[in-house]
Design a protein around this ligand. Structure first.
Ligand code: GAR
Length: 208
């Protein structure tokens, strides 16, 4: 849905931490040609740097604190309430470290996008970079995918490989992975905003 004076698709960006991927989206959205407008940033806890990044750009930001809720469905419903209030067409999970309940997928079918620091289906879930390194893989990477009801499982939109180098630490490897994230994630969100992504089963077609 595009609302307001621009033709852009309104999105909510969900964050939990430093927000470097949010920053990449903010920077990309400064281009008038970018397909999405960040209508609101939603954090699952207060005082994270991602909220400062939103404030610095005068983007509305809201905390829906995980700790205030007694279950995942209620937490998800509160997030969806905010998203509905801002009339967004999709949710973009940019380093959001919570699992959304089924209600969000029902409200936003094929319209929730996540970035994950591994080549799914390898290393889903938390500490993906550390587990890939500990496993001894020589190649890992970035996956951007639609969210379904299972963790880090939905249709894959884009992947890019990152070679593991000898002597890599988790921080160093994650740094190289994030460089890729910051390039590819805005590309996907732009395509989503322009309506260029079509989901066919587990496959995602890029149209032009
Ligand atoms: C990113 O590397 C993202 O891939 C990862 O958290 C980091 C957040 O960084 N997400 C996950 O691990 C989700 N399973 P950021 O807050 O600087 O964007």
């Amino acid at each position: 849905m595009s609302v307001g004076t621009t033709e852009r698709t309104r999105i909510a960006v969900l964050v939990s931490g430093s927000g470097s991927n949010l920053q990449a989206l903010i920077d990309a959205s400064l281009d008038p040609d970018f397909g999405a407008e960040i209508a609101v940033v939603i954090a699952d806890r207060p005082h994270v740097s991602a909220l400062d990044r939103a404030a610095a750009q005068d983007i509305d930001h809201v905390v829906v604190a995980w700790s205030d809720f007694f279950d995942r469905a209620a937490f998800t419903a509160a997030i969806c309430d905010v998203a509905r209030r801002y009339e967004v067409a999709g949710l973009v999970l940019a380093g959001f470290m919570r699992i959304l309940a089924r209600g969000a997928i029902e409200q936003y079918p094929d319209a929730i996008i996540n970035v994950h620091p591994a080549l799914l289906p390898a290393f889903p879930g938390a500490d993906a970079v550390g587990r890939a390194l500990a496993h001894g893989v020589t190649v890992t990477g970035v996956t951007v995918h639609f969210v379904d009801e299972q963790v880090d499982h939905g249709p894959i939109i884009l992947q890019e490989a990152v070679a593991v180098r000898s002597g890599d630490t988790v921080a160093v490897l994650h740094g190289r992975i994030q460089k890729i994230e910051h390039r590819v994630f805005p590309r996907v969100v732009d395509a989503f905003g322009k309506g260029l992504l079509r989901v066919e089963g587990r496959r995602v077609e890029w149209t032009s």
